[in-house]
Design a protein around this ligand. Sequence first.
Ligand code: NAP
Length: 239
Amino acid sequence: MIAVVTGATRGIGEAIANQLIQAGHYVIGTATSASGAEAIGERLGAKGEGAVLDVGDRDSLDAFLDHLKTSDEPPLVLVNNAGFNQDNLSLRMKPEEWSHVIHGNLSGPFYLIQGLLRGMVKARFGRVVNLSSVVARMGNAGQANYAAAKGGMEALTRSLAIELAARNITVNAVAPGFIETDMTRALSEAQRAAMLVRIPANRLGSVEDVAALVGFLCSEHSGFITGETIQVNGGMYLS
Ligand code: NAP
């Protein structure tokens, strides 16, 4: 089965691609650059390929969806992992900072789901997993745009789940807390310590902690779970 993982060059997306390959999928992983796509292709070998995609750009999304149409079978698994932030306090946030983050983290993932739905409906099987964030529920100063996009993604997940449940297509979201990635590795010791006191598990999550859950939600064993947002945050935020 073909699985699409956006943002598969590094971090959580790379771990998800590895997890899905272990589960026997052929993975199409995306990068924002041709060199990144090439590196994914080299990493995955015969078990997958890399492709270029900018989730915030409609032309790039259309080109990627056209490219997918050239494969023998349609992707039945989609992991909307690609995401980015552009932080600023709301008082100072520029319109382009707002719209860039909303387009890339919310509109783009929706267009991808929409583009792949027909194939899933025809196959009477589909798995969609959207990467949200703990800040969607907690809120975070300086991240009004990012938190709104992720909160929108969770709401989108619920509505799509209801639309598609009878067709054996599940749509779920996974909301990581602080995960050990390039972003968190760049923090100072003091920032790291301040973060750790907020996590009852007393550690940052690993990319594998997130990928294991995504792998399960993409499997045939998760067919009765849909519309959910599952937190992976070591107890940092409980609702
Ligand atoms: P990361 O290490 O920063 O990697 C981001 C990935 O997304 C890269 O593959 C990057 O590709 C791709 N990407 C960035 N901008 C893109 C764009 N405009 N179009 C398409 N792809 C783009 O991210 P991460 O920490 O693994 O996070 C993965 C997901 O989990 C994101 O949705 C993020 O919001 C969410 N999340 C992460 C954390 C955390 O603690 N790390 C916490 C909560 C939620 P290039 O390499 O080509 O730039």
